[in-house]
Structure formats: C-alpha cells, structure tokens
Design a protein around this ligand. Structure first.
Ligand code: AMP
Ligand code: MG
Length: 868
C-alpha cells in the first residue's frame, strides 16, 4: 500500500467549521479527489469520477505524546480504492493553539507535487471563506488533458532515445553493503541535515555556474556512486515530476505524473566539477521530452532490465515548499500562524531511497536516506551519509578542480584506513640475514632436530656444518655476493643444504622444478645468467642438454670433496637487503618472470609475520613444490624459529594413506595446503588432518563449504586463510578463520606483521570500507621486482604514497578486494584474466604466446573453462 503522508504543525487559532467547508470546497473543485479505482473487463484499471463523494475530513483532540502513534495508525489505515475517497485531511488539536494538519493520500491518486498545489489552494479557500468572499482560483484543468497528450507522444522515438542512453551499460552500480541476503522490508531512516552555511555554499555554486540544485545533488550522488563501484559510468534512479512542459496549465494539474527514470553519468576523471555538472545538466535537458515513458518500458531498452538500478534519488521541489519557506500565505486568520515542522512519509519499492527536501530552507537542506533495515546496516548508511556530505562540500568548494583530485573520505576514516587497519609493526631482527638468524638457532639448540627426510635426520649443528662446507665449495666455484644459483632437484636434504650453502656463499637461490618443460628451464637458466647449476645425479640427463653452457654441480656425488671443506661459514658481505632467492611465476607476455626476493622480505615473514605461532615446539611437513614460494614460510618458518622441518618424496604427498601416516609418525603440528588440495583432502579423507595444531590454506579462494566441514571435524585446530602474491613474499594478509558467516566469502584477513594493505581506485586514491578496488600491498615483504624487467617492475611496484620510509614501494596485486567494517579484507577476484589452476598461477597470455609459436597457428585465445 503506497500511502503518502505529510504533517504540518501549525500554531494559531482556527475556525473548525470553515476548515471543514474549505476542505469540502476543495474536493468539490477537483474531480480527481472524487475518484475510485476498479478493474475493467479487459484487465485494465479504471479510474471512475464520482459526481458526489463524501470528503474525508477529521477533527480530533489529541495528546502530543500520542502523535507518533496516531501518524502511524493513519498511514496504516490506508484507503479503500474501490470506494474512494483516496485522500483525507486530519486536523488534530494538540491544545494551546497548537494543531497538526495531516494530509494523507494514496499514491495512485496523485504525486507530492499535487499535494502542494492542493494545500496552497486550501489555505486560499480558507482565507476567502473566513472573509466571506468567493475564492478566486484559476479554472481547473482536467487530468484527462494529460492522458490525451500521452496518446499523442511518439513512443518509438523515446524508445530509441532510451536505447541510446543506456547502450553499453552492463554492470549495475550498487550501494555498498546492500547484499545481506534476506527478504522483507523493515523501514529505517537516516537523516542528514545540511546546515545553512553548507547550503549557501551550494546555492552560490549553482547560481554562478548556472546549475540547478537538483543537478548538483544528482551529480554529487552519482559521483559518489561511481567511486563506490570503482567505475566512471553509473546509473541511478531518479524521480522526475513527469509534467510535460508543452502541456498547458500542467503545473496546476492534479493527478499522477511523477515517474522514475534512470540517470546515467559517464565521465572522465580529468573533468572539472563544473564541467561534469554542466554535462549532467545538458543530458537531463535532453531527456526531458522522454520522461513520460513508463519505467518498465525504459528498462526494457537495456539488457539489465529491471536490475538497471537498485535505488532512487528523489529531489522534492514542490511548489508549496517555496511558499512555506516564505511563510504561509498572508490573510485574515492565518497571519499569526507559523509552521512548526513538516514531515513527509512515503514508501517506495526500493530498498534504498534518498529524499532531498529543500523544504524548510531556513534550517538548511534535509537529506533522508530511507532504507530497508533488513538489507543495509545502520553503520553502512551512516557512512554513506557522511560521504555524501563530504562530496557535496568538495563539489561546492572546488568548481575548477578535476574530479580525480576530490576526496570524499573524512579525516577519521582516512586514519582508520591508513593506520588502524595497518597497525602491524612488531619487532623482529630487521637487520639480520637468513644465515645469521639460522645460526642463532644453531647456537641456541645445536642438537635439536632441524631437518628430517625419510630415514635421515639433521640436527641444527649438522645442517650448519654441512651447508658451510657447501658454501666454501661454491665460493671456490666462483659464487659470490649477488650471484644467482639455479637449484634443480627433487625434495631431499640436499635441497635444504644447498639453499643454505648458496646463501652462506653470498649468493641467491633460484629453484628450478625438474618437471618443468625443457624450454622453460632453459629460459630460466639463461635469464639468471648462471654459470653453474646445483643439481643431483638424477637430473643429469635432463640438464646435459638444457644447461649446456653451465657447470653442473652434482651435490650428491661429491661427499668426499665437501668433507675437505671448512665447517665454519665463509666471510661474506651480504646483508638484509641482499638478494635471497628468485622465484619464477607466469608472465603474460609469454615468458615467466623472476621475482627477486631479499633477505628482509623473508625474515619479516618468518620472524615478524605475527600471524601464526612458529616455535621450537613445532614440526612442519613441507608440501609446497620447491619452486613455489609457499616453501618460504615452510622452510624458513621452521629453520629460523628452531622448529623441525620435514620433507618427504612427492609420491608420499600424493597418496592419502602415506601422507596421513607421515603426519602421525613425525608428530607434525603445522602445515600448509593450497586451497584446491585442501578441499580434495577434506572430501576424500578428513582424518588426514588429525593431530595438527594449525593449518594454513590458501593460494586461491577458499571454499566455505570445505572450511565448514573442517571446522566441524576439528573445532580446536586453528585454520588460517593465507593470501599473498609471490611478489610480496608468500603472505600479505592472513585470517585466522573464526566463525563462517553464511553467504559471505571467507575474508583474507588483515595485513600480517610489518606489512600493509590498501584498497585503491584507478587514480590510486584510498577507497572506504565496502568499496571494491584494487588491493595494493606494502611493507617489508615487498620484493625488489622482476629480474631483467625494469619496465614491468616499474608498472607493478609503485612508490608507496602512504609510507614515510624513503623509497618504499607498494605492489599492485591485480586482485579486486574490499575492506569489511572490522578491518579485514574480502577477496573479490581478479582485475585481469590471471587464473589459478590447482595452485599454479597462470597468465593465459603465456599460454597464448606458446600456442602462437606452433607452426600453423596465427592467433590464439586462452580462457579458463570451469567444469560444473
Ligand atoms: P602466487 O604468487 O602464486 O602466490 O599467486 C598470488 C595470487 O593468488 C594472488 O594475487 C591471488 O589472486 C591468489 N591468491 C593467493 N592466495 C589467495 C587466497 N587465500 N584467497 C584468494 N586468492 C588468493
Ligand atoms: Mg602465494
């Protein structure tokens, strides 16, 4: 039931009989007020005009305290459309010359504009009848004139207009946080009062720029909406008067004219505020002749149909409002009346409606956000309200500034995004190197178990000595500070000893997966410019061809030689900023790209990450492929914290029974799983996880269903969502998954210790809570960039505008995300077409490039196909 109610509080004295007569006079004068509605035989609605109809005028005495309840009851009473009348006036005497006039009508009858016309007429009639003169009002122009006008319109032309207007618009611009699932409507209101000062700023702007206040408001809202949706092309709904300018006397006609239309704003961020608003105003003028087209008809001009917009903006500029702002009409009996308050209540069928009522100008402008409390939280709407106020000020104060320079965030909000959400500093050994921190663990507990592989175990001391020997040998072979040393071998103790050995020799390790295509291996060796490769005899055949120019060192073949090397570490000059490793990841231009990670990147993760406890009490079974950066947390998370690192042959990881036995047998406490493998294990044999204290999972979006299953089976086991690109050293954000909110994806959490996260728009401006944008990550995990690719590095690693540290960089992840109110981040997918396939990060461009290299293929397109 769409009932509109407007309440005016008036002070003064009234002649009740004359009021009653005035109302009857009004009803008698306008045929529309004597109508009822019926179903015709053809299924259409028929509006019937009655010669006579009893006016519904009520007069009562009422306690002020009962007023709110009375208003509600009055709205709920509604109207009997079949009988009419569909409007009533209630005058409540509140005592002491105080009255409340409640005008209520069914929306089918007329729009708010009419009510204003009627109220003005009503006062005029009242004054005249008090003076005992005949009211002098213009002749009534019948609504039927409008109906006739409608039938004369060229609908086809209007359709063409709207088709053009809506073309190319495919993504609905949504209000942030409107997706709480649920049905029903619970009316809530948030009020924003623009004070006199702000209003005068807006008025001055409009006057100088030749812009209507309506355009100003619509423009400001559309701009905000575009920011919320990280786009420059948005549509919102707007209510228009629908009174065609060409129809004579239309401004005084009584009936239903208003319509809802889409308002599209498509801008270039370089545009000035002034130019932006003028463009909007021009386009509003162009659309005027097409305002009478039914909304459903307009919606059918877009593929989005009735999803074209999910909210509306109502700018109320009814004639009465101006009148009231100038005081009530002068006349006997009304001279000493003053308007105390006016309140409108209208319900729409949108879950979010903005009503701008410039009614009582003396007090400023009132902006009402009416919303469905079942869909939007009060906090979200308050945030929107604060932003809207901010945009209005920013517009009014910056006519000549480019849109991209505006900021709609309040100071406090900026502080929250920059500092509260990024309050991650924790102490760790920032100046240390990996071998230096490893050696501390050796000193602390030399005989503790550091590494286990099948039937072989190494204490911290043994691992230290063996890797020192390798380091000396590598120095002899020419490895020195900054040299990259490819490492091509399966999981084994040699792998860990070699990694440590390379670092101790001052070099950086480059894991090369022996299972990679030969071409890819050859490329990696060439890209690093390596003269020697550390490998095992098992890979001899493979490397003989691919690494023809490099010296191969078979670490499993030279035990005697290594035994002659000193057991103390060689003296090197590497420090926290030296290169530690290069890990390759897919490149869209056809070649993989090497990510250059420095010592501090790794120590900040393993010692300053502060997201999971890793200590001497822990045992971790490594699952990551040696060429993936998950191994960074696995290897160094154990070796720099005194824990026990367990490696096992790949075949054990792939056999659920063997894997389960390994976890039990070794007393494993912590493990990492890529999301897709985790899901598979949960489905196939959830008992595998028994005994684990903490599970880290991620690398791609986690599945709520599997996490829920896991939590049901292991309520006491910590489960952590680990998110992060290789470029920011394994993890950037993590989330210790607590309860899962149904229908919401699992957050990727907060930046870990000594790391930062920002969600920015395309102009690299901060976006508020709830607004999707690109996730940028910073802090001590940001790697040095891509090997031999300065341009790509400059594109993806940009200066950190929020850091005080000189030279600080942010990495652009290419991931779409948004802040949730509690300071955690929700992952929303990719900005580009990069995919994850069973943990592998793949740029379809790389595959396309490879395909095009084949004879007979001129062009190729690769996309991910998801089998349902
Ligand atoms: P990689 O460099 O191989 O670790 O891949 C990093 C990319 O994987 C990120 O940019 C995300 O697109 C995706 N990713 C990693 N971890 C997660 C996670 N926990 N949830 C969703 N996506 C993830
Ligand atoms: Mg990762």
């Amino acid at each position: 039931m769409y009932v509109e109610q407007k309440c005016y509080r008036l002070r003064g004295s009234f002649n009740m009989d004359v009021l009653r007569q005035s109302y009857a006079y009004l009803v008698n004068r306008h045929a529309v007020l004597r109508t009822s509605f019926h179903h015709g035989y053809s299924g259409d609605s028929i509006q019937a005009v009655h010669q006579q109809m009893q006016p519904e005028f009520r007069y009562l005495q009422q306690e002020i305290s009962q007023l709110p309840a009375y208003r509600i009851a009055d709205r709920e009473e509604g109207f009997d459309l079949h009988r009419g009348p569909c409007m009533r006036l209630t005058v409540l005497e509140l005592g002491a010359d105080e009255y409340e006039f409640i005008w209520t009508h069914h929306h089918i009858l007329m729009d708010g504009w009419c009510r204003s016309v009627l109220i003005n007429e009503f006062y005029h009639i009242y004054n005249s009848l008090l003076d005992k003169v005949t009211p002098s009002l213009p002749a009534v122009i019948p609504y039927v004139n409008y109906i006739r006008w409608l039938t004369e319109q060229d609908i086809q032309r209007s359709r063409l207009y709207w088709e053009g207007y809506l073309s190319g618009y495919e993504q609905v611009a949504a209000i942030p946080f409107g997706e709480i699932p649920g049905v029903g409507y619970e009316g809530r209101v948030e009020q924003l009062l623009l004070d006199k000062e702000q209003v005068s700023g807006i008025s001055a702007f409009c006057r100088l720029g030749g812009i209507t206040e309506n355009t100003f408001m619509q423009g400001a809202w559309s701009y905000l909406l575009s920011q919320y949706n990280n786009t420059n092309d948005v549509i919102s709904g707007a209510v228009v008067s629908g009174r065609p300018a060409g129809l004579e006397g239309v401004e005084n006609m009584i009936g239903l004219f208003i319509n809802t239309i889409p308002v599209r704003v498509h801008y270039d961020a370089e545009m000035t505020v002034q130019a932006f608003l003028l463009q909007l105003q021009d386009s509003a003028i162009d659309s005027l002749p097409h305002h009478a087209v039914k909304l459903s008809e307009i919606q059918s001009c877009s593929p989005l149909g009735n999803r074209l917009f999910d909210h509306i903006l109502v700018y109320e500029n009814y004639p009465v409002d101006e009148l009231i702002s100038d005081g009530l009409p002068a006349g006997a009996g009304l001279n000493d009346l003053s308007l105390q308050s006016a309140e409108v209540v209208a319900q729409t069928n949108y879950d979010f409606t903005i009503i701008i009522a410039p009614a009582s100008r003396a007090e400023g402008i009132q902006v009402l956000f009416r919303y469905n409390g079942l869909r939007y939280s009060e906090r979200a709407v308050q945030r929107i309200s604060a932003h809207f106020r901010q945009v209005l000020s920013a517009f009014a104060d910056n006519a000549g500034s480019a849109l991209k320079e505006l900021c709609f965030l309040g100071e406090e909000e900026k502080q929250t995004l920059l500092h509260t959400f990024n309050d991650t500093a924790v102490d760790y050994e920032r100046e240390a190197t990996l071998p230096g921190l490893f050696r501390r663990q050796v000193a602390l507990q030399p005989e503790a178990m550091a590494l286990v592989f099948e039937d072989r175990c190494f204490t911290y001391r043994e691992l230290e000595e063996q890797s020192n020997r390798v380091a000396h040998y590598l120095r002899q072979q020419g490895v020195k500070e900054g040299v990259m040393v490819p490492l091509c071998m399966e999981r084994s103790p040699h792998l860990i000893v070699s990694i440590l050995g390379i670092l101790k020799a001052g070099g950086a390790y480059v894991p090369v997966d022996p299972a990679y295509p030969k071409d890819r291996i050859a490329y990696m060796l060439q890209d690093t410019g390596s003269k020697l490769v550390l490998t095992t005899t098992g890979q001899q055949a493979l490397l003989a061809a691919e690494a023809a120019h490099a010296t191969l060192i078979f670490v499993d073949d030279i035990p005697d030689l290594l035994a002659t090397m000193p057991a103390h570490p060689p003296v090197v000059t590497t420090d926290q900023d030296s290169l530690a490793y290069v890990i390759y990841t897919s490149g869209s231009t056809g070649r993989p790209k090497g990510v250059m990670v420095i010592h501090r990147n790794v120590t900040s993760l393993a010692r300053g990450g502060n997201f999971v406890e890793l200590s001497a009490a822990d045992t971790l079974l490594s699952t990551g492929s040696p060429s993936f950066d998950a191994t960074t947390i696995e290897y160094w998370g154990m070796l720099l914290n005194g824990g026990q690192l367990v490696l096992c042959p790949e075949k054990k990881l792939l056999d659920n029974q063997l894997l389960k036995r390994e976890i039990r047998h070794r007393g494993v406490t912590k493990m990492w799983f890529t999301a897709s493998w985790f899901n598979q294990l949960v489905d196939d044999d959830i008992t595998i996880f028994e005994g684990l204290k903490a599970v880290m999972a991620g690398g791609e979006k986690l599945s709520e269903e599997h996490i829920r299953k896991f939590q049901a089976a292991y309520p006491a086991t910590q489960i952590i969502n680990g998110y992060g690109p290789t470029e920011n050293t394994t993890f950037s954000l993590t989330w210790n998954i607590a309860a899962i909110v149904p229908g919401r994806s699992i957050p990727i959490g907060r930046p870990l210790g000594n790391r930062t996260a920002y969600i920015l728009n395309s102009a690299m401006q901060l976006l508020p809570v709830g607004t999707p944008g690109e996730l940028y990550v910073g802090g001590d995990g940001v790697s040095r960039g891509y090997l031999n690719q300065p341009e790509l590095t400059a594109e993806k690693f940009v200066a950190d505008p929020f850091s005080k540290l000189p030279g600080a960089k942010l990495y652009r992840t290419g991931d779409r995300a948004r802040w949730l109110p509690d300071g955690t981040v929700e992952y929303l997918g990719r900005m580009d077409d990069q995919i994850k396939l069973r943990g592998y990060r793949i740029e379809p461009g790389e595959v396309e490039h490879a395909l095009k290299g084949l004879p007979g293929i001129a062009a190729a397109v690769v996309t991910a196909y998801k089998q349902s």
